[in-house]
Design a protein around this ligand. Structure first.
Ligand SMILES: *Cc1c(COP(=O)(O)O)cnc(C)c1O
Length: 416
């Protein structure tokens, strides 16, 4: 029921989806001139190696040895068949999930945090500055920078800072400094958009410091493709030629892209992104150029967006509260290769609890969106009497999100 690869089977190269797009990717635009940004515009924020990856059309990009050595602390991650969930649903479908919750920070996010810290350090940067929603990204970067002996400063969305103190403690344990965002308005609940503004503002004005983003950008999704590459190999070991559908929760798109992109060339594999109904970027947003942050400091990205001043409600899946989506994911949704769906919070937690009571593991609220969609796919297969093979991304555990479960179990959770 569990397929584990040996430690020398971590993919030696990342899969670049750029050469596989049907429509060309629209370039990011400078916020002032509205002309395509060049490497020099990005240099105050990112190391050249990552700027190169951002625009690369090479099909494969080598993973540096030092990055592999750190990934080996928890990778390759297990592929698990959710046999007990299948039995409870009485479905002919076979449900597999790729378990990214086994990383030190408890999610997929260290896959890119380690790579980003490595490339920054290699170019002489001593401090990374970032934002965090639920605290998952901040803790991933705090972990990664601590292994490279770098400083780390995290602007944390105020709503999450107050709901989730333990993630702040994780970050501080790994040596990071944490501040609530927005810094200039203590009554504002904050959003990923405001926190990005705070982080970019500080990074752009501090020498020896760079900015680091946990999702959305091409290089971040690239680093996450180890997930899908491993899963492909593990499905073979499980005796499956291919999944019929690959499902992932989608905030900025990094865990879903990491799992799904290696399947993009397999035309008959369906790809499904799942988002919250209260922040329905892909299902109800419009495809246009918009800022990545609230204050309008970042380049304009061509993406599905709800508008950069959209402030989503304080739902528990903090990592899915983003007004935009990765340009790569947006491109593939627009061309029809990726489909998207949205669920309200109440339905998501119902499925999270069903998963916990069959498989044992307690999923992160974000991850529970993928669990919900996988369950619905399995029920559809039962209705149709088909043996569908379902693969979903288990992006993180919910052991630091127990307040959300307490609210759900005691009817305090807003079902929307
Ligand atoms: C951050 C996070 C997400 C959402 O971010 P993506 O970039 O869309 O993957 C999903 N699940 C978990 C567990 C997270 O920490």
């Amino acid at each position: 029921m569990r397929w584990i690869l040996p430690s020398d089977r971590i993919p030696p190269a990342w899969f670049n989806v750029a050469p596989h797009l049907d429509e060309a990717l629209a370039p990011p635009l400078h916020p002032g001139t509205r002309q395509p940004v060049g490497p020099d515009d990005l240099a105050p924020l990112f190391p050249m190696a990552l700027i190169g990856q951002e625009v690369s059309t090479e099909p494969w990009i080598d993973v540096p040895g030092e990055v592999l050595d750190i990934l080996r602390l928890w990778r390759p991650t297990p592929l698990v068949r959710a046999r007990r969930l299948e039995q409870a649903l009485d479905t002919p479908a076979r449900i597999y999930f790729k378990d990214e919750s086994v990383s030190p920070a408890g999610s997929h996010k260290p896959n890119t945090a380690v790579a980003q810290a490595y490339y920054n350090k290699a170019e002489g940067v001593t401090k990374l500055i970032t934002e965090t929603g639920a605290g998952q990204w901040g803790s991933a970067l705090a972990f990664a920078t601590s292994l490279f002996g770098m400083e780390c400063k995290v602007y944390m969305v105020r709503a999450s800072y107050q709901q989730k103190p333990y993630r702040r403690v994780m970050m501080e344990t790994w040596g990071a400094k944490v501040e609530q965002s927005p810094v200039d308005d203590p009554d504002h609940p904050g959003s990923l958009g405001t926190a990005i503004s705070d982080a970019v503002r500080e990074a752009a004005t501090s020498p020896d410091s760079h900015y680091s983003l946990g999702s959305v950008l091409n290089h971040v999704l690239l680093h996450q493709t180890v997930i899908g590459l491993e899963a492909k190999e593990q499905l073979q070991l499980a005796g499956e030629e291919k999944p019929d559908i690959v499902i992932g929760c989608c905030g900025g798109g990094s865990n879903f892209g990491g799992l799904a992109f290696p399947f993009v060339p397999d035309r008959d594999v369906e790809l499904l992104a799942v988002e919250p109904s209260s922040c329905p970027t892909l299902t109800q947003g419009s495809f246009e150029y918009d800022f990545g942050d609230t204050a309008g400091l970042t380049p304009l990205l061509a993406m599905y967006t709800l508008g950069h001043d959209f402030v989503p409600p304080s739902i528990h899946a903090g990592g899915l509260r983003y007004h935009g989506d990765a340009p790569l994911i947006s491109n593939l949704v627009k061309s029809g290769r990726i489909k998207a769906t949205a669920y309200p919070q109440g339905k998501v937690f119902e499925s999270a609890v069903q998963f916990a009571r069959t498989q044992g593991m307690i999923p992160a609220p974000e991850t529970s969106h993928a669990v919900r969609a996988a369950i619905d796919e399995a029920l559809k297969a039962k209705e149709e009497g088909t043996e569908r093979v379902i693969l979903f991304g288990y992006s993180g555990h919910g052991l630091l999100d127990l307040q959300a479960y307490d609210d759900f179990l005691n009817d305090r959770l807003d079902a929307g």
